[in-house]
Design a protein around this ligand. Structure first.
Ligand SMILES: *Cc1c(COP(=O)(O)O)cnc(C)c1O
Length: 364
């Protein structure tokens, strides 16, 4: 074995060596419908104002670690209940990791439970923090298997249950009553994390219900709303819990440019909300168009993406790639997703380019 391989083996955990890195496809030259990005940019006049604000930022200084002004805007504008604060993450990905680090016990293996298939970072973060992960399969119709979730909670007594609401990659909203049943089943020993990354498209939230449940954490991100590039997530929960999570957070995790860009965007939230409304309308049109095509099963979506099932997902995906259209082939993620493809909703123009390429791919 080479000296560097010996060094890797003696220092890097075997389970880290064994995983594949998080794969991001190279999208240059493609219509990009694989990552749930908002296709709209900020309007030109706002970009000029933002450029000025960013030019004035003191890059030589550390961020003020309280982040009070951006947090104030989040609390005021995004429905955080009175008496509740938020903590910020470098994307909600970092918040997931903070939750796992804070809850991984040293004297025993703590457990994370989540429905599967769901957002891959729940399992990854649990693993890297040294927690056990238990995935509870969705039913064949992709709805939540509540009895199986409750059985897993009774058996494993998880510290954390992650619920993507709506769920990525399936797009559906789990039943509100089922989520409440899970929160109640965890009462006294575990936290339910309702991950509302797609809230602008679902318009359903548990944020206002925080005061009802001590063990509820509501997590969101500005990524899918149109600011994926700035990397900002936030979560709210009972102040006693937030105070603990905040100890795990790196003190300057949100950089000054993100802070200023987020404040600016929240001051113009109506622009982003209008873009989300346009995408909800485009989602309805795209779903209807797909449902009218032969051999396509369209699943319900409350997100800015649509899950479909086709007779041969790999063949369709390969042909879409040859048409320079990038979507996500999720067919190998889990057996309930066999032959499924996930398509991000975009502008009417890009959606229609996609539909043409899709029709051509079916015909070929
Ligand atoms: C995209 C996504 C996230 C990650 O969001 P970032 O804030 O960009 O890190 C979290 N949860 C779900 C369910 C997602 O789909």
């Amino acid at each position: 074995m080479s000296p560097i391989a010996t060094l890797v083996n003696s220092t890097i955990r075997p389970d880290v060596q064994a995983v594949a890195s998080y794969h991001v496809a190279d999208a240059s030259g493609f219509i990009k419908l694989d990552a749930m990005e908002n296709p709209y940019h900020l309007p030109h006049h706002l970009r000029e104002d933002l450029a000025q604000r960013l030019a004035d930022v003191a890059l030589n200084r550390y961020p003020a670690p309280a982040y009070s002004s951006v947090k104030q805007r989040i609390r005021d504008k995004l429905g955080v209940p009175a008496g509740y604060d938020v903590i910020l993450g470098n994307g909600s990905d970092e918040l997931i990791s903070i939750l796992c680090m804070a809850c991984a016990m040293q004297d025993r293996r703590a457990t994370v439970v989540a429905p599967t298939p769901s957002f891959v970072m729940y399992q990854r973060s649990a693993q890297f923090a040294g927690m056990d992960y238990v995935g509870v399969p969705l039913k064949a119709d992709l709805t939540l298997d509540l009895p199986a979730m409750l059985a897993a909670i009774a058996e494993h007594k998880p510290a954390l249950v992650f619920l993507s609401y709506p769920n990525n990659p399936t797009g559906n909203l789990f039943a509100e009553d089922d989520i409440v049943a899970i929160i109640r089943a965890l009462d006294g020993f575990g936290l339910a994390i309702v991950d509302e990354a797609y809230e602008p498209f679902a318009q359903q939230t548990f944020m206002h219900r925080l005061p009802e449940f001590d063990n509820l954490v509501v997590m969101r991100t500005v990524s899918k709303l149109g600011l994926a590039g700035i990397r900002l997530g936030y979560m709210s929960a009972a102040p006693q819990l937030l105070a603990e999570f905040d100890k795990v957070r790196p003190p300057y995790n949100i950089n000054v440019l993100t802070q200023v860009a987020a404040e600016f965007a929240l001051d113009h939230l109506e622009v982003l909300n209008q873009q989300a409304a346009a995408l909800r309308a485009a989602r309805a049109d795209l779903m209807a168009a797909l449902a009218a095509m032969p051999d396509v099963e369209v699943f319900p979506s409350a997100a800015n993406f649509i899950l479909i099932r086709v007779p041969d997902s790999d063949a369709i995906n390969a042909k879409l790639l040859s048409h320079k259209v990038l979507i996500k082939n999720v067919s190998k993620m889990h057996s309930v997703l066999t032959n499924c493809l996930r398509i991000t909703v975009s502008t009417p123009e890009e959606n229609s380019t996609f539909l043409d390429a899709f029709a051509a791919s079916q015909a070929a």
